[in-house]
Ligand binder design. Structure first.
Ligand code: ADP
Ligand code: MG
Length: 619
């Protein structure tokens, strides 16, 4: 039986090749994924036949080889799999799923590059992105089959003649073009093979004609090692995995030598198939520097990083590997977004992560609190992004009290605050800067929680929107409510006098001044700004920092003078004395210092004045 034939590819490939080149152009590397995964598939199919007794097992190990020959400028991908008969080459290669291809061209001719599209069933043809000529040498496992040799130079014609393979399996020989030459470098090839093939199910070897020559000289030794791990940890049953294995896997895959905090092993067969491991990485303290990586695999073949249709965006701060054999990868991302099945996967992952957090909270609170500093930005971000997630984890959210140096939940805090400030939560954004205010609270047996990272300010607004009546007040806001000494009295007249005097002593006739008897007599004065005004100011600052226009009006602060403080009463009673001016300014600066940093000018003035005051003490 002669296998010789010539013909035209059965689609209009004048259209196809330029398009394949165009949409795959930005990600040329994936030809290796496509060809190696075809080789792996061919071996899997063969194994299956062996298991059914329809073929006999080969003597050598099932494996795929990627062989580089820099001199001949070829890359050869070989497998000892099922092989193809001449008819199969015609059917699967020449006619490729071209109904699919036509549809594909129609859909994607205008779309931007998309890494998922490689799974459209055009995988084999990605070879032409890096080759000027592609050869196939194949022999089917079927009894009596003849070896086939197929060549095509990327135009619309191919040639088929008798082939040379003696054992079943296939060699795909790429004669690389200029763009493909870089893949002849072992280093380059190894790095992309690692990216795409690290967990494929059949051992893959990378060999090089050049080093092969060298090796024949000192022969033997050196068992070659496959580049991949054919049984990735996520496939194992969670109960059979050890802590060390999880950590090793993490180190190997993410090159992160900080240990992960904890992990979730996803393992589901029904109603959809999904396996994977998600790690909570140890973050730096800065939320901004968090950068996760969730790798998506389809049957152990790497598809893409951070596919946010499948892994909810807020989970992309995690690191992990997810294998979904059944996701409809051959469709566009816009379809993925609207696909109910994909949404179910995404919901499932979200739920699992929430469950794990709740489980840690209830059964391992000690560690949970230890992890909190690392995981809270992620959890809060998740709450902001995903209502279902918030509903699941809301009772496991904890807050640190710097005064008690311990964590509590919101309801624990509110319960304790019921008598004195119902539904109000005092918080500090910076326990050191706001130490004086915290101290005041402590004196009253009150408490505050720390909420000072970037995510906390939107998170506070979020909690307020979720809990009617709940109100967060920074420790320096609206002081009077709690700290005011109700028994003392201030008259209208006193107020007026104090305001006029301090405005003139400080040289600022717009300054808001209020005389107030505070419970603690040691504090001379404090700055007060309402919670709303301060939030507005923070927001303006943020917009300013983002380059979104001017800061607008400076929010109004009030200088609260403590009527119970002896220096204040002294100033009020001796307005004409020379030293009152320096005292008033010093008091104002101290109040501002315990509220926030001073401007450079104000700080210089404050330091100079402090020197002079000390001078006064000794002279
Ligand atoms: P897909 O893998 O999605 O089917 P491809 O274009 O990658 O699409 O491959 C087309 C077909 O060619 C495969 O389904 C398979 O039947 C056949 N094929 C490709 N490579 C091999 C191989 N190494 N061994 C056997 N058959 C192969
Ligand atoms: Mg394929």
């Amino acid at each position: 039986m002669a296998v010789e034939s010539k013909g035209s590819l059965s689609i209009n490939s004048e259209n196809l090749f330029p398009i394949i080149k165009k949409w795959l152009y930005s990600d040329q590397d994936i030809f290796i994924r496509e060809l190696v995964s075809n080789a792996v598939d061919a071996i899997q199919k063969f194994k299956h036949l062996v298991s059914l007794g329809e073929a006999s097992a080969p003597e050598e190990e099932y494996h795929v080889t990627v062989h580089l020959d820099p001199e001949k400028k070829t890359i050869t991908i070989s497998d000892n799999g099922i092989g193809m008969t001449a008819d199969e080459v015609k059917k699967y290669i020449n006619q490729i799923a071209f109904s699919g291809a036509a549809e594909f061209i129609e859909k994607y001719k205008d779309s931007a590059e998309d890494p998922i599209i490689g799974h459209f069933g055009l995988g084999f043809y990605s070879a032409f992105m890096v080759s000027e000529l592609v050869e196939i040498q194949t022999l089917s496992y079927q009894e009596g089959a003849e070896a086939v040799h197929w060549t095509c130079d990327g135009s619309s014609t191919y040639e088929m003649t008798a082939g040379q393979r003696l054992a079943h399996g296939t060699d795909i020989i790429l004669h690389v073009n200029a763009e493909g030459e870089k893949y002849l470098q072992e280093y380059e090839m190894r790095s992309i093979a690692n990216k795409y093939c690290s967990f494929m199910a059949v051992p893959i070897y990378l060999t090089n004609e050049e080093s092969k020559k060298e090796k024949t000289e000192d022969k033997e030794k050196e068992e070659p090692t496959p580049i991949n791990d054919t049984t990735p940890l996520w496939l194992k049953s969670p109960k059979d995995c050890t802590e060390e294995e999880y950590k090793d896997f993490y180190r190997k895959v993410f090159m992160d030598f900080k240990e992960p905090l904890f992990w979730i092993h996803l393992n589901m067969d029904y109603p959809f198939n999904l396996k994977g491991i998600l790690y909570f990485p140890k973050l730096g303290n800065e939320f901004e520097s968090a950068e996760g990586q969730v790798k998506l695999y389809c049957n152990q073949v790497f598809v893409a990083d951070n596919v946010k249709e499948i892994i909810p965006e807020f989970l992309l701060l995690l690191k992990g590997a997810i294998d979904c054999p059944d996701i409809p990868l051959n469709v566009s991302r816009s379809f993925l977004q609207n696909d109910g099945y994909v949404r179910k996967i995404s919901d499932y992952i979200t739920r699992k992560v929430a469950d794990k957090l709740c489980q840690l909270y209830t059964s391992d609170r000690e560690n949970y609190e230890k992890y909190w500093a690392d995981i809270h930005p992620f959890i809060k971000y998740g709450c902001l992004r995903n209502d279902k997630f918030y509903e699941r984890v809301k009772d496991s959210l904890i807050y640190r009290s710097p005064l008690q140096d311990r964590y509590m939940t919101l309801s624990e805090y509110l319960e304790a605050a019921k008598e004195t400030h119902e539904n109000k939560v005092f918080y500090t954004t910076d326990p050191r800067q706001q130490a004086q205010y915290l101290h005041l609270l402590q004196e009253q047996n009150l408490d505050a929680v720390e909420l000072g990272t970037a995510i906390d300010s939107p998170f506070i607004s979020f909690l307020e929107s979720k809990n009617e009546n709940l109100h967060f007040l920074r420790v320096d806001a609206d002081l009077n409510e709690i700290l005011k000494d109700e028994s003392a009295k201030t008259t209208e007249d006193d107020q007026k006098k104090a305001e006029t005097l301090f405005r003139s002593l400080l040289g600022n006739d717009k300054l808001k001044v209020r005389l107030e008897p505070l419970k603690n007599p040691d504090i001379s004065a404090m700055i007060e700004m309402t919670e709303e005004a301060r939030r507005m100011q923070d927001m303006m600052k943020m917009y300013g920092a983002m380059g979104l226009g001017s800061l607008g009006e400076q929010a109004e602060e009030t200088l609260v003078l403590n009527q119970s403080n002896s220096i204040i009463t002294y100033i009020l009673e001796h307005p004409e004395e020379e030293k009152t001016s320096a005292l008033a300014q010093q008091i104002y600066d101290l109040a501002r210092l315990s509220y926030g940093p001073l401007s450079a000018e104000a700080l210089t003035a404050f330091l100079n004045r402090s020197q002079q005051l000390m001078q006064g003490l000794i002279s």
